[in-house]
Design a protein around this ligand. Structure first.
Ligand code: 1YM
Length: 640
């Protein structure tokens, strides 16, 4: 409309056609008309305030959800220009709200978010609103312009009062059109999450969110972070265990492109790497993220080699290895971002790759050199990840190989049972070949499998997963169980309902049992948690009286049994080791489902014995041996 609001001229008609197109196909402009689209309107308006902040003119932004579910956004920037626009012959502020894409065209430089998916500005919000009021504080005057029913000017730019000459800013209130949106109710927590994120991404900018629908919320919540994305990293890592105290924060600028990264490692196995361009989340990454990732991998490898943490023979650390446990925010402010990909979620500008790489590698290398202790911790974390990766690959191969093998006898060691239904199957892990031989003869071949273990299996408390997997015994165990390990682990593939550790009741037996438990605890904890692990209890004494034969587990039981006997005519023999029992004896005393005594092993048993564990599993052999000998009884109890 012209300035007198009396009649439409040609440019008005063009404008209305433009906004009508938005109303006809809102999806093309804001994605959806569901609750997501509804919230999107808020960010379109807030984006203009943020642009003003990025241009250096705005310090405070306020978002208010009003009682009628309209939303007010206020800022203290310069205020949208109010002069007559040469092309439209109406005020610039009215033009911004009625001409599609006008915001972008008018902006003189700065970091416009208009390159984003829906960054189409204020006119789209106007087109999709029942009404919009814009107030501009500028030059000591208060200006107002009002629209209704999808962007029709109700009141052209009008001076409605005076204000302090120093007061500048823009206030916009809009009410989404219920004919367009499926819902008109704003969700506070959705708005809060993004408001906080914007505060993290724009260091020092104060954002306040207030819900006037809520009688109690009079002041709202204010978000301001002087540390910017460093504080974002800190926020994400709350409740996690960081590997170094401070957040590493690096930044640089070239040709008006600002690049920033903040990071901290935690002891997690996962990583959290989020990247942004002009405050928009680039969920598919892009050149800014690629530059950092490339530099991170290179710098850690170089440092690890130089400091000899990574030996010559060691394989290089991969990109996945160096990001394990990493929390990282990458933020780029670009005057002309090119977004790519199906959902436009990836930054395409190739010059950013180099800038990101340079800024990151310089700063991160310096950090490593200046903080050797932290550097070592970070490198070791990556090396741990590398070993786990290699181990997982080996485990995958093992699981795969297993499927090709016949279940009767594979690896030349496992003597499997005939039954295939895991719920009735058991596997005995037997110490020594000779006990293994007796067990094989004495077993129920339908349901009982035997795996003789030669010598001592590797101490996995000391050995990392990769070394453990090089151990033949451990590989056989993994193969036999069928579950895989690490990330591949799948409890439902367990081939036996009961895993029974069958070792002698002596010091060496205890030791093997503890080693096996460590293995289970480290690699197969869910199997222990699900109650599949048992210790067989071979008896220590055999008491014969008349025709009765009684096996007892220990001295206590022996004495108790004898005290109840009303005869002195009995014969008592100390049982031989498992290896010396013949098949029949072994079956009778230890394996027969009807007669044997099994003790279920729980994770609590293992955790409670943790101190003992570490001692048993320590680096030095002599104290360990001594300890086991002195504490044979305790060791006996700890694992069964
Ligand atoms: C609550 C919404 O829109 N603030 C805002 C917008 C603009 C400016 C300041 C601004 C920009 C420029 C110069 C410039 C806009 N101006 C335009 C246009 N808050 C809100 N604050 N002076 C003031 O970019 O050069 C579009 S948005 F096009 F008119 F300059």
């Amino acid at each position: 409309m012209n300035e007198n609001n009396m009649h439409y001229d040609a440019s008005d008609i063009q404008v209305l056609e433009g906004l009508e197109a938005v109303r006809k196909r809102p999806g093309m402009y804001i994605g959806t008309t569901d609750v997501k689209g509804l919230h999107h309107l808020v960010w379109e308006i807030v984006d203009n305030s943020i642009d003003e902040a990025l241009a250096g003119y705005c310090k405070n932004i306020e978002i208010i959800i009003n009682k009628d579910n309209s939303v007010t956004v206020k800022d203290d920037g310069r205020g949208i220009p109010v002069g007559i626009h040469p092309k439209t012959k109406i005020s610039t502020v009215e033009t911004v709200y009625t001409v599609l894409h006008a915001g972008g065209k008018f902006g003189g430089g700065g970091y416009k978010v208009s390159g984003g998916l829906h960054g189409v500005g204020a006119s789209v919000v106007n087109a999709l609103s029942k009404w919009v009021n814009v107030t501009v504080y500028k030059d000591g005057k208060i200006y107002e312009v009002k629209f209704e029913n999808g962007g029709k000017t109700l009141q052209g730019l009008t001076v409605v009062g005076n204000c302090d000459i120093n007061r500048t800013g823009t206030t916009v209130t809009f009410k989404p059109d219920p004919d367009i949106f499926d819902t008109d109710i704003y969700d506070y927590s959705t708005l809060k999450t993004r408001t906080r994120e914007l505060a993290f991404l724009n260091r020092g900018l104060r954002l306040t969110l207030r819900d006037d629908r809520d009688m109690e919320d009079t002041t709202g919540e204010t978000f301001i972070y002087e540390g910017g994305i460093s504080e974002y990293v800190k926020f994400i890592n709350k409740g996690k265990t960081p590997l170094h105290d401070e957040i590493i924060h690096l930044e640089g600028e070239e040709d008006n492109i600002v690049f920033e990264v903040a990071m901290q490692y935690t002891n997690d196995e996962n990583n959290r790497i989020y990247s942004f361009v002009n405050n928009i989340n680039t969920h598919d990454g892009g050149t800014h993220e690629e530059g950092v990732r490339r530099a991170l991998t290179r710098i850690i490898n170089n440092y690890a080699r130089k400091t000899n943490l990574l030996k010559e023979k060691d394989e290089a650390l991969s990109g996945d290895d160096v990001k394990e446990g990493l929390t990282m925010i990458v933020s780029c402010k670009h005057p002309n971002p090119q977004f790519e990909g199906q959902t436009k979620g990836r930054l395409g500008n190739s010059e950013v790759r180099k800038l990101a790489d340079n800024v990151f590698s310089e700063g991160f290398e310096r950090f490593l050199l200046e903080n050797p202790e932290k550097a070592r911790i970070i490198v070791e974390k990556s090396m741990l990840a590398a070993r786990a990766r290699v181990a997982a690959k080996k485990a995958r191969e093992l699981t795969r190989r297993k499927n090709d093998l016949d279940v009767v006898n594979f690896g030349g060691k496992l003597v499997d049972c005939k039954e295939k239904d895991p719920s009735v199957c058991e596997i005995f892990l037997v110490e020594g070949d000779s006990a293994g031989g007796s067990a094989i003869k004495g077993r129920n071949s339908m349901t009982q499998a035997i795996l003789p273990l030669r010598g001592k299996i590797l101490n996995v408390e000391k050995a990392r997963m990769d070394r453990a997997l090089a151990n033949e015994e451990i590989r056989t165990i993994i193969t036999a169980f069928g579950t895989g390990i690490g990330q591949e682990f799948n409890l439902s593939k367990l081939r036996y309902d009961k895993i029974i550790i069958m070792t002698d009741a002596d010091v060496d037996g205890s030791h093997i049992r503890v080693l096996l438990l460590t293995l289970f605890y480290r690699f197969f904890r869910p199997i222990v948690e699900a109650g599949h692990v048992y210790a067989a209890q071979p008896p220590l004494f055999c008491i014969k009286h008349g025709k009765t034969i009684k096996y007892v587990l220990n001295e206590e039981e022996r004495d108790e049994y004898l005290s109840k006997l009303n005869t002195t005519k009995y014969e008592i023999t100390r049982m031989k080791g498992l290896g010396e029992m013949d098949a029949e004896e072994l079956n009778e005393t230890t394996m027969d489902i009807e007669k044997r005594v099994l003790r279920k092993i729980t994770v609590d048993d293992i955790i409670a014995a943790d101190a003992v564990f570490s001692k048993l599993m320590g680096e030095e052999v002599e104290p360990r041996r001594e300890f086991i000998e002195q504490n044979a009884v305790y060791a006996e109890n700890l694992d069964i």
